[in-house]
Design a protein around this ligand. Structure first.
Ligand code: BMA
Length: 327
């Protein structure tokens, strides 16, 4: 059982919202859109920040569109047509759209891997595509069975095998949804399924349902995980964000996990929208100074916002004995 120890310093000060939020909305879109949210993010070799935004069209289906900025905050250039449309005729796993991409540069493959949710007739499942340029996409189809989402790859092999984090839901109306790790020789066939983080119980902010937010972030102390927890309340669900740290050589080994959330819906654009009370990061980029992390998130399933944090401060916060850290 986890015992709860209150802190003296409010964890919320770890993240600072960009004053220009929301940075992307449907009103700016070059073609009709209902909402723009939950973008994957990557820093390109040119230094530009690329977001692959989820765009929900006016039928309710989502596709992905590339957006670029020199500083990752302003001057966003939006593709004028959907960059990665769903292809329901060729890919049945994309019947009702594609959602919530996570991006990882894979040095061994010299390509980016995009893990995203395919909304199939049998529910959400994890799909994989590769790209070199965010113009053409080499789709590899569904790599994990439904219901499953919130998947991201590690950028290199562990003892010869690739590893993926994902969030299966064991059965319809299951009481709990936890975060798992699986392994593969070829990134197509996955096994050795291992539970990584369990949703907590009772009143915890991350009771019952959790999922990975951004792709794992490599640090000197281990893999930083930013994850979301879903709290069910009488007023609806609240999506908040927490932190965990994994062993750098063994991603199944959890070094630390915070008891408290570190980011929650607070502003008008997070509290109101198509789905109120949601902050849902899918991408993070480390700035040139190697410390400032820009976390891109969907706000209320309606717009895209960004918050910054010091990577060192996040790790210091996690590396407290009360978060399970043993130095
Ligand atoms: C999750 C996903 C996200 C969405 C969130 C809040 O289950 O479907 O795409 O942002 O719910 O509605």
């Amino acid at each position: 059982m986890t015992l709860f120890t209150p802190t003296t310093a409010p964890a919320i000060s770890l993240f600072a919202r960009y004053p220009g939020n929301p940075i992307l909305t449907a009103a700016q879109w070059p073609y009709p859109a209902n909402s723009v949210f939950n973008p994957g993010a990557v820093l390109l070799p040119s230094g530009e920040t690329l977001l692959l935004a989820r765009v929900e069209d006016r039928s309710g289906m989502s596709h992905l569109t590339t957006v670029l900025s020199a500083d990752g905050l302003t001057g966003w250039r939006i593709d004028t047509t959907p960059t990665m449309p769903a292809l329901p005729l060729d890919c049945p796993e994309e019947l009702w759209g594609i959602e919530d991409p996570r991006i990882m540069w894979m040095p061994e493959l010299s390509r980016y891997a995009i893990t995203y949710t395919g909304y199939s007739a049998d529910g959400p499942l994890v799909c994989l595509a590769y790209t070199e340029d965010f113009r053409t996409f080499d789709r590899r189809g569904a790599i994990l069975l439904p219901e499953n989402k919130d998947a991201a790859l590690f950028p290199r092999r562990f003892q010869g095998r690739w590893a993926i984090i994902h969030r299966p839901v064991p059965h319809l109306n299951a009481a709990k949804a936890n975060i798992w790790v699986s392994y593969s020789d070829d990134m197509q066939h996955w096994g050795e399924h291992t539970m990584l983080l369990e949703a907590r119980n009772g009143a915890f902010w991350d009771a019952d349902k959790i999922g990975l937010s951004t792709s794992p972030i490599e640090t000197a102390d281990g893999w930083l995980l930013i994850y979301h927890g879903v709290r069910k309340t009488a007023g609806g669900v609240i999506y908040r964000v927490g932190l965990a740290l994994l062993d750098i050589d063994d991603p199944c080994h959890v070094l630390a996990r915070g008891d408290e959330w570190v980011f929650r819906p607070e502003t008008n654009y997070e509290l109101t929208g198509d789905v109120p009370n949601v902050v849902f990061p899918c991408g993070a980029v480390l700035g040139a100074n190697g410390d400032q992390l820009r976390v891109y998130y969907g706000a209320a399933d309606t717009s895209v916002a960004v918050a910054t944090a010091s990577l060192a401060a996040l790790l210091d916060w996690l590396k407290q004995p009360r978060n399970g850290w043993r130095s």
